[in-house]
Every structure is written in C-alpha cells, then in structure tokens.
Design a protein around this ligand. Sequence first.
Ligand code: XUL
Ligand code: CO
Length: 438
Amino acid sequence: MEFFENIGKIRYEGKGATTPFAFRFYNPDEVIAGKTMREQLRFAMSYWHTMCAEGTDMFGTGTIAKTYGATDPMESAKNKAHAAFELMNKLDIDYFCFHDRDIAPEGDTLRESNARLDVIADLLGELMAKHGKKVLWGTANCFGNKRYMHGAGTAPNADVFAFAAAQIKKAIEITVKLGGEGYVFWGGREGYETLLNTDMAREQQNMAYLMRMAVDYARSIGFQGDFYIEPKPKEPTKHQYDFDAATVLAFLRKYGLDKDFKLNIEANHATLAGHTFQHELRVAADNGVFGSIDANQGDPALGWDTDQFPTNVYDTALCMYEVLRAGGFTHGGLNFDAKTRRGSNSPEDIFLSYIAGMDAYALGLRVADKMMRDGRLNDFVKARYASYESGIGKKIADGTATMAELEAYALAMGDVSTNQSGRQEYLEHVLNELMFFG
Ligand code: XUL
Ligand code: CO
C-alpha cells in the first residue's frame, strides 16, 4: 500500500530542476569537506511531527489527518510505520528519531503500552533492515500524559518518578534493539512554575539520579551510542531546568554526568533562550559535548517554539561552520524537529518542507566549506589574538603571569597604545561574498 502515491522519489536535479519535487542543492553523493553530503549531514526524520502531528493548536483542531487509513490505533501505528519508510525512501533520508509514544499508542497500563511497543518495534526493525534505514536517536515521551503534569524525573510524587523510570527503561531497550546511535533526554516538564511550591534542589538531584540510572542500565545492555540532553529555556514549563547549553553543563558537572552526556542543540530552543543557534553550538563544542542537532527555526517575531522547517541559509551556514569546526558529526546528525505550518496541510507540503530544509542545510554545508577553505574568517580571529602568542601575552596564555608582573608591565606602558578594529561589518560582508559569489 502506497500512502503518498502522487509523489515519486526526490532526486538531485541541481540548477536545471524544473519541478519543486527535486533537490537543487542536496546532492547526497557529492563530496564536500572530505565526506559525501549524506555523511556530513546525516539527515533524520522526526517521527512525531512528520508522522503524528496533525496541525492542532490551542485554538483549533487538526488540519491534516495522520491516521493512515485505519481507525484502530494499533492498525494506524502499523500503517504509520509503513508510511514513514515510504517517506524516508522518497526523500532519501537515512535516519529517524522517535519518542516511544509516537511509534505506538499508549495503553491503559504500562504493561499494555510496553507490549504495543514491542509489536511496533519488531515491525520497525523489519522495515529498517529492508530499506536500510537507521535510528539516530530514541527518547521517551514523559510529558504528554496527565500523570506528568508536575514533571517526570522532577515530579514531587515518587510514584510518578518510578513510572517515568520504567517508561525510560523500556524506551532505552527499544532504542538499543533498533541499533539507535543516540538516546535523548529533553526535559519535557522538568521545570517549575513557581518556587512557592517547588523544592528545586531535590527535583534536580532526582533528575540527575534518573539519568545516572538510565546511563548505567543502557551500558549494561550494550548501548554504545551517545546520550544527549536537549536544552530548552521554557515551554511547557515557565522555567525549564535545562535552560541552555551552559546551564546543562553546570548540571552535568555538579552531578558527575559530564562524561556520559553530550548535547542535542535545537535551533529554536537556542533563540528562545536569547542566544543564537551558533552560540549554543559553540558552547557545546568548546566544552567537548557537541553531539547532535535538532534542525528547525523559530520566528523572531514570536516568543515560542514554532518548530519551523529551516530555510534561513545564514543560520544553516553558521551551524554547519560550527559542525565542520568541531570535526563533523560522530553519532549525531540533523534531525528535522520541524513541522509544516497549520495552513500547509497537504501531504505534498510535508515533502516540500523537507526538500526546503534539506536544501537549506545542503547550501549551508556548501557555504561553510567555503568559509573553512577561504580561511579569511579563521585567519582574522587568529590574528586578533596574536598578542597572546609571545611576550606578556604568552605568559598569560600559559598561566605563568602574576598580578605583580602584570602591574609592572602596565605601569611601564603608561596606557594601552593600540587596539585593533574588530571589523565586524567587513567580516559580515565576507560572509555575504562567500554565500553569493561562485
Ligand atoms: C520539544 C522538543 C522535543 C525533543 C524530543 O521542544 O524539541 O521534540 O526534541 O523530545
Ligand atoms: Co527537539
């Protein structure tokens, strides 16, 4: 059974493409910066937005049906799995990411939910083997059900904590069984609304313990991939504990989890935190925890997580510049945690959105590669800090200068005689040149 019968395989047609159902910039087998584009970009489909989300918002019901021709929830889940592989095949996407509840509907009891998961995981395993697709990462949805209204790992109720642990254990087992390369913790409702009812220290300590147990359990059953925390500052709670990359780093270090976790940086979460996407990626890379990326974009005029498909090439170029600087992905990749707008409600829109996002990242990779090879940006930064390569600067860099020595140096100087321009506008212009010439 075909679910998207009007749409054929999307291929690279380059500049001469005459149909919107073609890649203009993503040429999977072309080598850029030493690897094929397919290997550099490691695109993944998000099961939740793509296969499940129907375009609902708090003002209205869905605009696009995602039942895949079935009324029974398990039949629908099976059809959904088949549809997912058709979509990945047609879009030439190698990976997918999922929450437990995206792939199989929750049952009345945990036992029933787990049994349903087993059925669908077996089917996914068969389809993966048949079509050569892989799991980039799995995760547990510990935020949708009403039992998690006060959080999961940070719930004030120990029974909720226990339920969440059991749910995560199963999600890890499924992820491992499917050969997943990563496992994500996004703290869905791990945060608070008011400190008048919240013991923040206890909640964070409990969360760290849950993560410790999860890591140890996963390793004990043979998981060799990466664990990620996905920072987000707010939504659904007012104050999410995993606010941004720096906050997550402090948490990981406090609880001795920093060797076990990397970060999954999401573009729209970065901007919600008041940062640029590039900033969050740099913080992760500079601290040795760059892992994976949720590729989407927000709307600068809106203050929430709009999860739009990424089309802004400045952002994708600066993102891929960070990825290349970090040496590329290892287990991570670019997961399109993105959904079509509520008004883009046809199956064609899903394909056109992925094409737009994949082409935007392909362009980003092409520009980033030019930025690296051109070298002007890197050389400029290097020259800007040249004073730390010799003399007093080298002593500072080596950590051998003393306060008294620096005082003597400053007194002898009288005042700083030169301070070089930062040339911001020129560098932005260089970026434009690299983007739009050749
Ligand atoms: C929510 C979000 C999640 C995570 C996985 O904002 O980004 O979909 O990526 O739970
Ligand atoms: Co995300």
